[in-house]
Design a protein. Structure first.
Lengths: 231, 264
């Protein structure tokens, strides 16, 4: 959009502060997922606990950002691009908080799996691969948000389908594991939850990418399919 | 300028249309060939920074500029349904002002009674029947949402009313001659928020019968009261569109800069 400055310096400062804190929140959430997946791969129980406990930081950032956004609306009555920015941020923050919850869920499942111990190790590698894809979607969405890059955001939206496919393939694999050896059922179910969490993270990143397009172009591409994206 | 994309399903009728309208204060060209449609029974807001020509444009519609020598119009303003060019030399400005009322920034009642303020236009028009005048005055005061407040003091001086009441009295005065188009030149900038809200509410009710064109410095007011908004700058019409769209997703960067406070 390439915005020049507002006549009010304080308005610029307030908006910049909100935007950079969204990015900081995104960074924290990204670290949470990464550490939760690491805890799953390595069986590091202390790391699982850290992730579970750090979720309150994500929640606190959501509350603080929501409050700052409503204050900015009251004080400035933002219009046009500023209005779309604030509107999109309030929605983005909700998705980020949900991603934080999913990361916490993964950490909790990782803890359960490794506390139980046992030899059964269903396909954690594929899960890790799907998680990398979801983290990449999140990171690129945040980049697009920072650079107001609608084309990049459209690419992120397309990538979500890949994660959905991966989720279904993990599910099929786990079903065969469970059929072959019922002792793997408890762990397999937990891995299903983890895979589902990752799939949801992809969905949230996709939502955020849609908000970026709304900020830049003013078009609402939710629930429209790819045709409108290319327009 | 292309027609605004509207989500409204209704068919829009044209009340007035400026065509290549330029206006000169002596040698100074204050309007640069504006073409714009005013839709019937809608509120159209003119916004823009000081000196952009929005009040000048508004005043062309009832030939206010005729009052000063050296002023000159070019182009035309066609008033429907009769397709009269308001600016044509043969058209009598007094006739124009019967069809097009105006309300100013500061309430300007005549130094007369409440009743006589509203009756004035009717008398100018040659209405002789006392009974008809009384009916019209009451109706206009009702329409301006002032009747209940003044019905027991119709014969007191208008200056005894509060600022907000005086402004509604001016609206009643304008309504008395059954105008087709009402021009508002920053009608609430001298009023407090409550009086402002009552005038805005009134505009909302009036547009069922009258077309309204309003100049306002208050962008929130434009967003609240208008169906269409025109952004003007340096005597040019920069953007015209459906108000919701113009305030959420303006097409022109100049409009965006102005409504987001990035101007200047």
């Amino acid at each position: 959009m390439g915005m020049s400055d507002h006549a009010s310096k304080q308005y610029d400062l307030d908006l910049d502060s909100i935007r950079s804190r969204v990015l900081a929140m995104g960074g924290l959430v990204e670290a949470q997922i990464r550490r939760a997946i690491d805890a799953l791969s390595t069986g590091d129980l202390a790391l699982s606990m850290e992730v579970i406990e750090a979720d309150h930081k994500v929640n606190a950032m959501e509350v603080a950002l929501d409050e700052d956004c409503s204050q900015l609306i009251v004080r400035r009555q933002p219009a046009a691009g500023d209005l779309r920015m604030i509107f999109a941020i309030m929605k983005t923050v909700t998705d980020l908080e949900r991603i934080g919850d999913e990361a916490q869920k993964v950490a909790r499942m990782a803890k359960n799996i490794h506390e139980r111990g046992g030899p059964q190790a269903p396909p954690v590698v594929e899960v890790r691969h799907a998680a990398e894809a979801a983290i990449s979607m999140l990171r690129r969405t945040l980049d697009c948000f920072a650079r107001l890059d609608a084309e990049g955001a459209a690419e992120v939206i397309c990538d979500d389908a890949g994660i959905d496919t991966e989720f279904r393939s993990i599910l099929r694999q786990l079903i065969t594991y469970m059929m072959e050896d019922p002792r793997t059922i408890s762990t397999s179910l937990e891995i299903v939850w983890i895979a589902k969490a990752i799939e949801r993270i992809g969905d949230h990143a996709k939502n955020m990418a849609e908000y970026v397009i709304y900020i830049v172009k003013g078009t609402d591409v939710r629930h429209t399919g790819m045709t409108k994206l290319e327009a | 300028m292309s027609a605004p994309e509207t989500h409204m399903m209704e068919v829009l009728a044209t009340k007035a249309e400026a065509r290549s309208l330029s206006f000169y204060y002596g040698d100074f060209r204050a309007l640069q060939g504006i073409s714009m449609t005013v839709h019937e029974r809608k509120v159209t807001a003119l916004i823009g920074p000081s000196g952009c020509g929005k009040s000048t444009f508004l005043r062309c519609f009832n030939r206010m500029h005729d009052l000063y020598p050296g002023n000159r119009y070019e182009g035309e303003i066609l008033l429907q349904p009769d397709n009269t060019n308001l600016l044509a030399p043969g058209v009598d400005p007094i006739e124009v002002r019967m069809r097009i009322g105006m309300v100013f920034q500061k309430p300007n009642p005549f130094p007369k009674t409440v009743f006589e303020n509203v009756a004035y236009g009717l008398r100018v028009r040659g209405e002789g029947s006392r009974r008809r005048i009384e009916e019209k005055v009451e109706q206009a005061l009702q329409d301006a949402a002032l009747w209940e407040e003044v019905k027991d003091r119709l014969h007191q001086p208008a200056y005894n009313l509060s600022g907000g009441q005086q402004q509604r009295l001016c609206i009643a005065r304008a309504l008395a001659t059954d105008p087709e188009l009402l021009l508002f030149d920053e009608p609430t900038s001298a009023l407090d928020p409550i009086a402002t809200a009552s005038i805005e509410e009134l505009m909302h009710d009036l547009k069922e019968r009258v077309t309204i064109l309003i100049v306002t410095h208050n962008m929130q007011q434009a967003a609240r009261v208008s169906d269409f908004t025109a952004y003007m700058y340096l005597g040019d019409l920069i953007e015209f569109g459906v108000t919701d769209e113009l305030f959420i997703k303006p097409k022109m960067k100049q409009t965006e800069d102005y409504i987001t406070g990035r101007f200047g």
